[in-house]
Design a protein around this ligand. Structure first.
Ligand code: ATP
Ligand code: MG
Length: 442
């Protein structure tokens, strides 16, 4: 008999089927036993006798039986197969499982984060954990499709780079045949030089940050959603493109992840007609007026400022998202485009959502001479960014772009408390799959 996917069983009432999957939970009541069996398509209740009662959580099984309608009062609205159940006729155990270190059948997994990660290969099997990565897949796929629809071309960004033009503190050094190379913190220079070849590009790539502190929003290995495009008329065009992409991501998640959102009691971030935008200095003024905290001379927003300006955006503009623009030029990398009206500030724009930065972007310099001036002013060496300069020497149109962190977006769509939950295999200062305690460092 061919395998039937669990999701197809409601259409097959009265028929004999063979399902294959994992035992999620077994409930034995005397001679009668119930089990929830899961496969990639869903979950179904199976009814049987002693054979079924003998199964243990996470056993891999093949079960043949008849699909029956459940009695009216036994219908479970919470699952797609809630109107049916499978009466067991034959069970084959394909693979056994050791006793589980925690109760996988529980409604909530309720594990502390370290345990959730120490047992990652197992906790990834939990339905609510699976749901996080289904949402993430939709986020990334929507990012791709939004840009493909606007004629952007996907490229593969390199991860090994020979120098660190964006500042060296947060970079991982790698031994490369006896020389030092680095893990890329961002595909920024590559994506902008590619505008010279393809006009509109995007990439879904890993970036690496040697974040020296442990926070709930930083990983050391991040999935970066990068876009860059040329022939822009203004920096606002970059912001508009980003808004279009983010709205498309939300609409796709809303359409395809209803069940997953419900599992987390999550609602998508609230949006008004247009995402509000404020300049850094105006944002600081607003924060000063609201809290009395005077940060008006600061060159950036601190985490509590990001939270406060997001609160303002929600209360005053009805939006969970807000763009902050015109950051201080000298605090940004050399390629930022200073506002000609006041070059102290740049055409740079961050997107904040639900209290945290989701992305950074803006217009970039494209005039070769100005780029060279910035390179000198920022104290960089031309030979360190040779290919990038090569491209701009031979003409690149006005350009801009942005980078969204996929884990941050997933985390804030679902309301997760820690970004580690939004990464299959999160890396931080203290963990690369296993905990890196000081004693086991060589
Ligand atoms: P933050 O100030 O929040 O540390 P950043 O300004 O250093 O972020 P960017 O260099 O602007 O980060 O990177 C673009 C986007 O990539 C960020 O807005 C964020 O979504 C994501 N990102 C950057 N660093 C990390 C990290 N260490 N962990 C998770 N996501 C990150
Ligand atoms: Mg940033």
């Amino acid at each position: 008999m061919e395998r039937t996917l669990i999701a197809d069983t409601p259409k097959l009432v009265g028929e004999k089927v063979k399902i294959k999957g994992f035992v999620h939970v077994v409930r034995a009541h005397g001679k009668i036993a119930f089990a929830d069996i899961t496969d990639r398509s869903g979950v179904i209740q199976v009814v049987g006798g002693e054979d079924l009662a003998a199964l243990r959580p996470q056993y891999v099984v093949e079960i043949e039986g008849t699909v029956n309608s459940r009695p009216e009062k036994m219908v479970n609205d919470k699952i797609d197969t809630g109107k049916v159940e499978l009466s067991v006729e034959k069970i084959v155990v394909i693979a056994k499982s050791e006793e589980m270190p925690f109760d996988m059948g529980a409604e909530e997994l309720n594990l502390e984060l370290p345990t959730l990660l120490d047992y990652r290969a197992l906790t990834l099997r939990y339905p609510k954990v699976i749901a996080i990565f289904k949402v993430q897949e939709v986020v990334i796929d929507a990012f791709r499709r939004a840009l493909q629809a606007k004629d952007f071309m996907e490229f593969q960004a390199p991860s090994i780079i020979s120098s660190v033009p964006e500042g060296g503190a947060e970079v991982f050094k790698v031994d490369y045949f006896g020389r030092n190379v680095y893990l890329s913190q961002s595909p920024q220079l590559y994506k902008s030089l590619l505008v010279g070849a393809f006009e509109r590009v995007f990439s879904v790539n890993k970036i690496f940050r040697a974040e020296p502190s442990v926070t709930t929003r930083h990983l050391t290995e991040v999935t970066s959603l990068d876009a860059e495009f040329g022939f822009i008329d203004s920096w606002e065009e970059v912001q508009e493109m980003e808004e279009y992409v983010v709205r498309f991501i939300f609409s796709e998640v809303e359409k395809k992840c209803t069940k997953e959102l419900a599992m987390f009691g999550a609602t998508l971030p609230k949006l008004s007609d247009k995402i509000p935008q404020v300049k850094l200095r105006d944002a600081q003024e607003i924060i000063f007026k609201r809290t009395g905290r005077d940060i008006r001379e600061e060159k950036d927003l601190a985490p509590e400022d990001e939270r406060e300006i997001c609160k303002w955006a929600l209360e005053e503009k009805g939006s969970d998202l807000v763009f902050i623009s015109h950051f201080v030029t000298k605090k940004k990398p050399f390629y930022v485009y200073p506002d000609p009206k006041d070059p102290t500030y740049a055409f740079s724009v961050d997107l904040l959502g639900r209290g945290v930065e989701w992305s950074s972007g803006g217009q970039r310099l494209n005039d070769y001479k100005t780029i060279l001036e910035h390179v000198r002013e920022w104290g960089l060496k031309e030979e360190d960014i040779e290919l990038y300069l090569q491209s701009f020497k031979y003409g690149v149109p006005p350009l801009g772009g942005f980078a969204l962190g996929a884990e941050r977006v997933t985390m804030h769509i679902l309301g997760l408390k820690n970004i580690r939950e939004a990464s299959l295999f999160p890396r931080d200062m203290e963990r690369v799959d296993v905990r890196l305690s000081e004693t086991d460092q060589k």
